[in-house]
Design a protein around this ligand. Structure first.
Ligand SMILES: *Cc1c(COP(=O)(O)O)cnc(C)c1O
Length: 227
């Protein structure tokens, strides 16, 4: 199967209202372009340098979502190319995004990453701390809070991901019901190659898919987020 065929197959099976983010880490410009030509309109990137390289060729004909770990010293550059940052889990990072966006007169849509497995070594805010963080970030003028994101396990039985997704959905609905000023609970970003079908059943409307579009990634040290 080619990248184009994979994209068409996935787009064909996604229900209305569910958007595909092509997770493009380690992929070449050519591979990303093939996915775009087949209908992908959101690219997810984990590494700023890699994103800058691909973005400099492809430009703004697609949306760019940051889906990796954002370091504070990379934010100034990141806010220039990204249209959404999906992985906010601290007030410090949000404050820096707000500050850097103010300098370039931009409002950055963001998602709050939930540590739905409550694993200390994993990224994301603990479920019980999400509301407080969201209330604080909602105050920032150059940030638009647009929803939640979570990872869940990458391998294993897709059913093992379901509790992570249903927990994140529960938080999504409870925050939505608060009708907080400055908060629009619109996007729920959950599910990867092995789990996106379960994620959609649990309410995801953004799915981040890499392997099923582009094939297996070569193992690289910096891909160690998977372990
Ligand atoms: C790589 C990545 C994905 C896609 O993973 P696949 O299993 O290759 O589909 C999704 N989300 C994030 C945050 C990623 O880093």
């Amino acid at each position: 199967m080619t990248i184009s065929q994979n994209v068409r197959e996935i787009l064909g099976e996604l229900p209305d209202g569910v958007r595909l983010v092509a997770a493009a880490k380690t992929r070449t410009v050519e591979e990303v372009l093939e996915a775009i030509q087949a209908g992908v309109d959101i690219i997810g990137e984990n590494y700023l340098q890699e994103a800058e390289k691909v973005h400099s060729v492809i430009g703004d004909r697609v949306e760019w979502h940051f889906i990796g770990r954002l370091q504070k010293n990379k934010i100034k550059k990141a806010v220039k190319i990204f249209d959404m940052i999906e992985t906010i889990d601290s007030i410090e990072i949000a404050r820096e995004i707000d500050r850097r966006c103010r300098q370039i007169d931009k409002k950055m849509p963001v998602l709050i990453e939930i540590n739905s497995g409550r694993e200390v070594q994993k990224a994301g805010v603990m479920p019980e701390d999400a509301e407080e963080l969201i209330r604080e970030i909602a105050q920032f003028e150059n940030i638009e809070l647009k929803g939640l994101m979570t990872m869940g396990p990458r391998f294993g039985d897709p059913e093992d991901s379901r509790p992570y997704f249903s927990e994140t959905r529960r938080i999504f609905e409870s925050i939505k019901a608060l009708n907080l000023p400055g908060v629009e609970m619109k996007y729920l970003s959950m599910g990867m190659t092995n789990s996106y079908c379960v994620a959609i059943q649990e309410g995801a409307n953004l799915v981040r898919i890499g392997t099923k579009i582009f094939g297996e990634r070569e193992y690289r040290q910096r891909d160690a987020w998977t372990v």
